[in-house]
Write a protein that binds this ligand. Structure first.
Ligand SMILES: [Zn+2]
Length: 284
């Protein structure tokens, strides 16, 4: 028997309640927002196996696991938990759809909107490096931590919005843009290891990828200075870079993205609202 209900929490968290005694014994908990762009974190009994829509999801020795839903994820997913005692439970998850804004940005140099032939080689190289870094599956446990804002400031761009650049439709925006003065320190939102540190990518300028383990990574774009090295481990809250306006950017800001492997999720759902003092500050 399955009987699940999700109670929305004021911080956007969802609490999974299981009313069937058989499922209580399964010891499944799930934390996060069941919506497009949501990153879910959960725990099962140690040794239990988890699949999402038939694909295996790695669990830590203590039974922690994580998975994410993309921008256009369909309305349902099935989470299966197979316990060491041989019992299997299927949980049908309802993924709330979202509506996305359309954002118009003008005044970008035309070469950054419609790159020249010679730029395309560089763009493809950048993309390959990013894909490789995000594909890493380490056993780091940073993903289980409570995430914090890497920078506080005015939010000028959100996850999922459709983009029209200089009047031309382009790929959706997957990060959250936080305006802050050039040189503002950037802090690790959770602990992790740096798997990419590039001073000048074509679109994203100074770029850092931080692996939080089990496929969860943060990407930080348009950085001015990168103060940490490839392979370096960072603690949550540790400074590693400064805000800049490098790459395709119209002013100093941090673009923070999060992934579960190649699925792009919304960082804002993990950290809760921007502190009010920062949100009302004057945008540079
Ligand atoms: Zn951005």
């Amino acid at each position: 028997m399955r009987c699940l209900s999700f109670l929305p929490h004021r911080l956007g968290l969802a609490l999974l309640l299981v009313c069937a005694p058989a499922l209580l014994a399964m010891d499944l908990s799930l934390d996060g927002t069941l919506t497009q762009g949501g990153l879910l974190r959960g725990q099962v009994a140690p040794g239990a196996q988890v699949t999402l829509d038939g694909e295996p999801v790695a669990t830590t020795p203590d039974g922690f696991f994580t998975f994410g839903f993309g921008r256009d994820h369909p309305e349902t997913s099935v989470l299966t938990v197979s316990s060491p005692d041989g019992t299997t439970a299927q949980h049908s998850l309802r993924i709330a759809p979202r509506e996305y804004q359309v954002q118009h940005i003008k005044g970008l140099p035309s070469r950054l909107v419609s790159p020249k032939e010679e730029d395309l080689t560089r763009i493809r190289e950048d993309q390959a490096q990013v894909a490789e870094a995000r594909a890493e599956s380490s056993a780091l446990l940073g993903f289980t931590e409570r995430f914090q804002w890497p920078v506080e400031g005015v939010i000028t761009g959100v996850y999922g919005s459709a983009r029209v650049l200089n009047g031309e439709p382009r790929n959706p925006h997957y990060g959250i843009d936080i305006a802050a003065e050039e040189g503002t320190p950037v802090y690790a939102p959770a602990s992790g290891r740096i798997t990419l540190a590039h001073p000048d990518m074509f679109y994203t300028g100074g770029t850092v990828i931080l692996d939080h383990g089990y496929g969860v990574s943060s990407t930080f774009l348009h950085l001015q200075a990168i103060e940490a090295e490839l392979g370096q481990e960072l603690r949550r809250g540790e400074r590693f870079a400064t805000v800049g306006s490098t790459g395709r950017s119209t002013g100093p800001h941090l673009d923070w993205r999060m992934n579960w492997f190649d699925t792009r999720v919304d960082p804002a759902l993990l950290v809760g609202p921007m502190p009010e003092s920062a949100d009302t500050a004057t945008a540079p």
